[in-house]
Structures are given as C-alpha cells and as structure tokens.
Write a protein that binds this ligand. Structure first.
Ligand SMILES: [Fe+2]
Ligand SMILES: [Fe+2]
Length: 480
C-alpha cells in the first residue's frame, strides 16, 4: 500500500489513540471525584497527576486538542473509539462537555498542573459555556483554551446516540450468532461478554427507548432466530423496567430472554423454515426446543454462570397462563415471572415477523389486538396490559387506520383497561380515502350476530403525512 512519508505511522497513531482514551477515562474519574471531594483530596490529586502527565506528554511541541465532533471524540485529530469497558466514561465526559457547549479543549505546551486542577474545578462549577469561560478568565488560565460548539453538535449528538445504540444492537446480534453457529457452543459462549452487552443494552434502553423500539422492527428473514432473540431481549428489559425490576434483575432478564430459543440450535432448519403447515411429527420436533435449550443452559450453569432463571425461561416460555402449552410436564406449576414476561414478548415478536410460512405479518396494532382478544388463558393479564400500554396506546388525537379502510381520529379513550385498543374514534376519511365529516364510532362495538368487532385499529398513522391536523377537529367540535 502507498503511504505518504509525512503521515504519522500506525504506531504513533495508536499511541495517540491510547493517550486520548486514557485522558477521557481519567477526566471522567476527576469529574466524579471532584463532585465528592475537594480538589485537594489525595485521590483527586493522584488522578490529576496521571492526567497531567498524559496530557503533557502529548503537548510537548505543539498544543494538543480534544475535540467533539458529531458526538465523537478526536484527540490530536485521531478519532477515539470506545470499547464497552470505557463506554460509561466516554458517555459521561461527552455529556458533561456538551451540556456546557464545549466542543474543543486545547492544551498548550506550557500547561501547569495547577492550571489543570483549576480548569476541572471551574468546569464542575459552571453550568454553561459563558460561565465556564468567565471562570477560566478570572482564574487566569491561559494554557487551556476552550471553544464553543455550534448548534449542529447537539443535533447530531442525537444521531450519534442512535448510531451507538444500533452498534450495540448489532454487536449483540453477532455475539449471539457466534454462540449459535460455533462448532462447539460450549467453547463459543462468553458469558462475560453477554453480561457486558446486556449492561450496555440496558443503558441504551434507559437512554434512548424510542429508538430501541424502532430497532426491534428489524426483522431479517434469514437470521430469524437471531433478530428475534435480540428483539425479545430488548422488549423484555423494557417491560421489566415498567414492572420496577432493579438493574441486576433486568440484566438477568435480558440474558434469559436472549437465550430463550437457544434450543432451536438442535431443530433442523428444514423444519424451522418449512414453508407449509407442519406435520404432527415435525411439530413434535419443534416443541422439543424448550428441553434442548434448558438442557444446554443447565449444562453451562456451573462453568459459565448462566442464571438459574434463564433455564426456567428456556423451559417455560411456551407455557400458557392456564398451564396448557408445551412442554407438558408431570407436575404442573406456574411459570416463573421472567418466563411470563418472555412469553408475551416472544409471542408478539413472532407474529409481527414475516416468515416463509407466514408471508403477511401482523402489524403492531393487529398483534396487540389479537393478544388482548386471547384473554387470560394465554397471558398473564396484568403483564399483558402493561405490555400493551408500553407498545401501543392511542391517546386522544391519534390518527389511526381501521381494518375497514377508514381513517379515524381518537376522540375518547376507553376507560376499561382491557379495551385500551378500542377507543372511540371519529371517522375522518372513508374507505376510498375521501375526507369526510363522519360519525364518532365506538371500536368496542361488536356485530350482534357474529360477535366480531365491527372495526379494529390496524395501525397508527402519522397525521402530518396524511395532512391531517387533529387540532382542527377538536377545535371544530368545541365550536359546534
Ligand atoms: Fe421458543
Ligand atoms: Fe421465541
């Protein structure tokens, strides 16, 4: 490969990268320590000394800059890549600096250790850029220069955050793929990595839930079990959060959900992907996957530290609330809470995904309706209600497409929690898409003969896309 003589060698770039990462990590420790102790504290001084040395080594001849661009750090123009272990430090420092609109920090060769100390103290005190600048001026800090970020930084920060979330999503996918495809899965599974990924996923769910939900719409046809496992994992964590489970429980729930279908490794692909209805003997093979999964996980429990609950989940996620389902064991007992959570999420993700044998998947709204209609025999009623609220609740003013082809505007929610998805809507467009001033209909209304609902929400619509201004209708009704 042609390399320009003047370009720094890979070795040098690597050193700069290493220094940059260490600077961020130490900077993070100092911000933390600075909040707890005075800057004269021994621990603070120790970290400060180390940070100072690192910076000094890098600004001997010319200034060294730490820049934030599009939510990413650059140290001496080298892009800093985080690894999972230092991700929290990157995130905190990035947040702290962006909050104060600092986009560039330049360290000049004459920098002194006491200047660095004062700089951090000023940063901790300042709430915004101007306050920080005033603090630095007052303390006469001249060998550290800061520059303000433009509006763009904060806008693209969101994009970068989404990108980081997507990155964790795909890393988890690859990790699971390794475990699924390895010749010897005993060798392949690195549970420490799984745990770390779960922690990262958890952080992203807390931070960026809407985007994470968006990611669960990734339904790759070929890699069904992989995508499905991650989606089930993400939605289970999100549901667990709403139940008030603590962080450690959520991580265990994540791991359990992640491996719920692990037994499918042993199901022949021809059966898993059979484009037609399964014969009874084939169904029997599929229905073995809970056994296989629980068996493998149990085998690993000792060596790898698989949580006991993951074994329960693998075994019980197809058991229904009325204890029917599979596998049927000699002694019936109610499944573990985690299994009930995974059961709901698993069912939802499965029916909203297109498969060779199911060319049309349910929309989110149809799936939730179907699940609700199945009642308490299939799912735990309270968990299901919370799940439905999490996934799809139509507040007043939402615009919805109905299975009749009409478009409606939600004007009144249904007070019965079991009928959350059946509000009253005003019909605003007919079957042909013609805008009309239609009646208000109750979606809980059934046909008296067939006992079927007359209308069901198929999906939510983006009012803007359809050029609908919900406010107009509400205004009109107040004037009427
Ligand atoms: Fe399953
Ligand atoms: Fe599943």
């Amino acid at each position: 490969m042609n390399q320009r003589i003047s370009a720094p060698s890979t070795e040098i770039l690597r050193e700069i990268h290493q220094a940059g990462v260490e600077i961020i990590v130490r900077f993070n420790s100092l911000l933390k320590l600075g909040r707890l102790y005075s800057v004269k504290n021994v621990l603070f001084q120790e970290q400060l000394g180390l940070l100072y040395k690192r910076i000094k080594d890098n600004c001997q001849e010319e200034e060294a800059t730490l820049k934030i661009r599009e939510g990413t750090f650059f140290f001496r123009n080298v892009r800093l890549r985080f690894i999972f272990a230092n991700y929290p430090a990157f995130k905190t420092v990035l947040q702290e600096l962006t909050k104060r609109e600092v986009a560039v920090i330049s360290f000049l060769p004459e920098l002194t250790e006491s200047e660095l100390e004062t700089f951090i103290a000023c940063l901790l005190k300042a709430e915004g850029y101007n306050q920080l600048l005033a603090g630095l001026d007052e303390a006469q800090i001249v060998h550290i220069q800061i520059e303000k970020g433009t509006e763009r930084t904060s806008l693209t920060g969101k994009k970068e955050k989404d990108r980081a979330t997507a990155r964790i999503y795909f890393s988890s996918l690859l990790h699971l793929k390794d475990a699924f495809e390895a010749e010897d899965p005993h060798q392949a599974l690195r549970l420490n990595t799984t745990r770390r990924l779960m922690q990262a996923l958890f952080t992203h769910i807390v931070d960026n839930e809407a985007f994470v939900f968006g990611l669960t719409n990734i339904k790759n046809f070929d890699e069904y079990t992989l995508n499905h496992s991650i989606n089930v994992c993400l939605l289970s964590i999100a549901l667990g959060r709403r139940l008030g489970l603590d962080r450690n429980e959520l991580i265990e729930l994540g791991i359990s959900a992640f491996f719920h279908d692990f037994g499918k490794i042993e199901t022949p692909k021809e059966i898993l992907d059979k484009p037609a209805k399964l014969e009874p003997h084939e169904r029997a093979v599929i229905e073995k996957h809970p056994y296989h999964g629980a068996g493998t996980l149990a085998l690993w429990r000792e060596i790898k530290g698989i949580p006991l609950r993951a074994i329960h989940v693998a075994m019980e996620h197809h058991i229904k609330e009325d204890l029917s389902g599979y596998p049927q064991t000699f002694k019936k007992r109610p499944p573990h809470l985690f299994s009930k959570i995974v059961k709901i999420v698993d069912y939802f993700d499965a029916i909203t995904t297109k498969r060779v044998y199911r060319p049309r998947a349910f929309t989110r709204e149809e799936a939730l309706s179907l699940m609700m209609d199945q009642g308490d025999k299939e799912f735990h009623p309270l968990l299901l209600r919370i799940f439905i609220q999490m996934m799809g609740f139509y507040p007043i003013g939402s615009v919805v497409a109905l299975n009749t082809g009409e478009i409606g505007l939600v004007v009144e929610t249904n007070p019965d929690p079991a009928l959350t998805l059946r509000p009253k809507v005003k019909i605003i467009a007919d079957k042909n898409g013609q805008r009309i001033d239609g009646p208000v209909v109750d979606l809980a209304e059934k046909d008296p003969i067939s006992q079927r609902y007359l209308r069901t929400i198929v999906k939510g619509l983006d009012p803007e896309k359809y050029n609908i201004r919900p406010a107009d209708y509400f205004m009109a009704s107040t004037l009427a």
